[in-house]
Design a protein around this ligand. Structure first.
Ligand code: URA
Length: 186
């Protein structure tokens, strides 16, 4: 089975998931999108309203802003895959509950074992706390490379945080410059 088939099979299982109560309020499961052979994986937090409606991650305002940084870093559509910690939208976009993350993480772990990315970029604090360190401090540690089993991992600000505080945009550009350099070195 190639990556495309493996991801499609996993997406089908994920689409039928009832492992937490978010299955009762979701419109669509938001599994992930992007290049099935991508070496770069972005991990966000959870779907918002537009993602819940469309079934695709990062298609709302935060996603549009993220697209600008991807353009800046010259990262093409097939060069990255994007998914979230939670595959279903929490009502009113509240933070994910620990039990929801626990219920959903096996899907992300399976996505990781299929994709085997060389670079992981966590979008925002919630993702960084789950993937890098429960004590992660996004204001201090964004843009810093970590390494785990030969995989380079970095967290950047969540694009929605930039919409709230545009002063962070300069730091985001610097972080994406580092991502571009790492991609070029692969
Ligand atoms: N914010 C996220 O963390 N994920 C999405 O898919 C959309 C907005």
């Amino acid at each position: 089975m190639d990556n495309k088939e493996a991801l499609a099979a996993l997406a089908e299982r994920c689409g039928a998931c009832e492992n937490c109560s978010l299955c009762k309020t979701r419109t669509n499961v938001v599994f992930g999108r992007g290049g099935e052979n991508a070496k770069l994986l972005f991990i966000g937090e959870a779907p918002g309203e537009n993602e819940d409606k469309t079934g695709l991650p990062f298609v709302g305002a935060a996603g549009k802003l993220l697209d600008k940084y991807l353009d800046y870093a010259e990262i093409g559509e097939d060069e990255y895959y994007i998914a979230n910690i939670l595959k279903c939208r929490p009502p009113h976009n509240r933070d994910p509950l620990p039990e929801e993350e626990d219920a959903c993480m096996p899907f992300l772990r399976e996505q990781l074992s299929i994709l085997k990315p060389k670079i992981i970029v966590c979008l925002g604090r919630i993702s960084a706390m789950r993937i890098i360190d429960p004590e992660f401090r996004i204001t201090k540690q964004h843009g810093v490379w970590f390494e785990n089993n030969g995989v380079k991992i970095m967290a950047v600000y969540h694009p929605a945080a930039l919409l709230r505080d545009p002063r962070k945009k300069e730091e985001m550009l610097l972080d994406f410059k580092k991502i571009r350099e790492e991609m070029k070195s692969l």
